[in-house]
Design a protein around this ligand. Sequence first.
Ligand code: GLN
Length: 447
Amino acid sequence: ASLDQIGKVDSTLHAFLETDEKKIYDRVKEVESGIKTGKYTGPLAGVPVAVKDNICTRDRKTTCASRILENFVPPYDAEAVRRMEDAGMIVIGKTNMDEFAMGSTSETSAYGITRNPWDTDKVPGGSSGGSCAAVAADEVFAALGSDTGGSIRQPAAYCGVVGIKPTYGTVSRYGLIAYASSLDQIGPVGKDVSDCAALLETVAGYDPKDSTSVMRKDLQFTGYLKKDLRGMKIGIPREYLAEGLEKDVKRALVDAVHLMTRNGAIVEFFSLGLVDYVIPAYYIIASAEASSNLARFDGVKYGYRTEVFEGLHHMYKRTRAEGFGEEVKRRILLGSFVLSSGYYDAYYLKALKVKAMIKKAFDQAFVKYDMLLAPAAPSTAPKVGSSLSEPLNMYLSDIYTAGVNLAGLPAISVPCGRDSSGMPVGLQFIGDCFQEKKIIQAAYAYE
Ligand code: GLN
């Protein structure tokens, strides 16, 4: 059924970069017999799932939607993929994304754009646009995405599906091709909160192969699927309702607040502070880490290598010039600049200090509130072709999501109505570290 649906809609949407039918049918047979023999007993056995193309899949291409990894076939599975396979899930294919997860529209892919299933003239958001479009269009039941500054939550909002960015350290980053390692987290995308909770439960857990993995005992997220908001204290950062927020998104947020207070939640406005510094700090840190992480793509060990060159340095230069797209090059340049001597203190170090202050501001908020409520993005999905020429405006649209990554917090994006043109609006619940249970319960009670 999943392949049928892909056959019907994916030539238009282009959510997938790869669906290998032979591998899928082999895997289906394996799972069928595994279910019979009792190898796979859980509720997710046999469920088709998609995987963002920056997450390694053994013997299946993993390109990060970049030319530089055009023919890269990893010899191992990411830990999150391994856990899904252990649960008997069937990886249907790899999903399109912004190149190396840098972008907010899925238009920076080297392999063509993905379209929003609700209006194919619009983008699905990004960078996990393929994963979110695939779930929204019923091509798969769920998918894995990655979120460095909003890349699960924002496309989930644009596509009218649910997405979770877990607390940093909850899902192993082993096999996730690094963008900004101190911010990257893998997370689930699903049709509803319970599907996301079930998938998160499957992929979360300590992994010694990731040095930032956290040992947690509270990973039974499906136990918190309760329709109960009574007594929950929810704060809305006043700054989030300032200029830049589209009228329809604001209205949807206000409607959601009324619904939640009617159901027993206590919702208040408060001042979070430092909100203007989120985007500059995020883009300095993310670009700095990216410039370092992407240094490994040099045409020597794996991936693309230029054909004509004279000597090693020329080979590096041409390989990277030909292999990386514009947005990736912009980030590498920006990142190398803020890390260079003379600018390191003024930019990178300063951004790290701001990051620590932002974390403190959130910590203070969680003394008073169980969770925070925010839009997922300032607007609904923009038209294809309207964002890329204005990178700064595109960066500004991460205002409600990137702070969560800087502070390492968990957050969930859930659909909350439509704008006047019928496009989905997303609402975000932000929790304190390790409080996925609270935001999962609130989002489930709300949806
Ligand atoms: N839009 C942000 C960026 O381009 C977020 C990307 C992400 O979370 N991977 O960096």
